[in-house]
Ligand binder design. Structure first.
Ligand code: AMP
Length: 123
């Protein structure tokens, strides 16, 4: 399991060292707009605890933290007004998924037709 880097960009956002466009905060989660949005609505929901990725989080977070993160995702989507037309959630984990920031984050994409799921693997 990867070691948590306390100086990653989302850890710094959680400590208030760099700004974010916050849309939601609870005991266990923070949500803010993605700095480089891929869709008209593109929000990141992160746990407040120091977890590298979904593997780390699912193995070591408390049940309250896990429930808190997933409740936050649903609440953020409701508050953003995207439930009616629909949305997609995605969490990249590790190298093959091209995870860039080593603090677990769940993307919420919405605001346009998102197309189908990922493409087939190359032959
Ligand atoms: P991933 O490839 O799943 O690790 O996605 C990382 C995401 O974090 C990308 O969509 C970036 O645009 C986003 N991101 C990186 N730095 C910031 C930041 N300071 N504030 C908001 N979003 C960020």
């Amino acid at each position: 399991m990867a070691t948590y880097d306390p100086n990653n960009v989302f850890a710094r956002i959680l400590r208030g060292e760099i700004p974010c466009k916050k849309v939601y905060e609870s005991e266990h989660a923070l949500a803010f707009n993605d700095i480089n949005p891929a869709t008209p609505t593109h929000i990141l929901v992160i746990p407040k605890g120091p977890y590298v990725d979904m593997d780390h989080f699912s193995a070591e977070a408390s049940e309250a933290e896990i429930a808190g993160l997933f409740k936050a995702v649903g609440e953020v989507a409701r508050q953003a007004g995207v439930v009616g037309n629909g949305y997609r959630i995605l969490a990249n984990c590790g190298r093959d998924a091209h995870q860039e920031v080593p603090h677990l984050h769940i993307h919420i994409f919405a605001g346009r037709d998102l197309g189908r799921m990922i493409g087939k693997a190359p032959a």
